[in-house]
Design a protein around this ligand. Sequence first.
Ligand code: IMP
Ligand code: MG
Length: 180
Amino acid sequence: MQTNSDLSIKDFEPLFYEKDIKARIHETAARLDTDYAKKNPTLIAIMKGAIHITSDLSRALTIPHEIEFIQTSSYGQNGMESGQLTLFGLDRLNLQDKDVLLVDDIFDTGKTIVAIKEELLKLNPASLKTLVLLTKNKKRDTQEVPDYSVYTISDRFVIGYGLDYKEQFRGLPDICVKKD
Ligand code: IMP
Ligand code: MG
């Protein structure tokens, strides 16, 4: 029987290709150009998963904007399950009166975004919205939903374009899904 510790690239198949992802990110950037016209939003990338989406989004935006990052790590994970969440880098952020757009790779249980939003609100931003590359279509304990979502997918495990399995595969240009 296969266990999680021996997943390899052969266990995955493409779900979204690089070219399509770029096109969808440009569409999302065009929405942000309109929604944040005459503003100077601060994009906060949740590292490490949001590295590629934040980079591509930033280059597709035509409005002025700033980039910050925070890092999460969850301990006790076996690669496909998340454990206790720890946040790093909040202490050096000055978000007073800023229009903040929190960027993450995937909205799964929603716990990460809910926890980070709670912390960011304490820093008195003028506004706080969330953007994710992927939203999993599933039942959640929280009512929270991302303000912007590039794709909605079924509840399956994905890698690539920032998303990892045990820290591997973040650099895949395509988003790939674990075969059933
Ligand atoms: P949440 O807190 O359950 O919404 O999970 C958010 C974090 O879990 C993401 O930022 C990812 O690091 C990780 N995660 C959730 N689903 C996947 C997946 O399908 N592939 C890779 N990482 C995932
Ligand atoms: Mg991860």
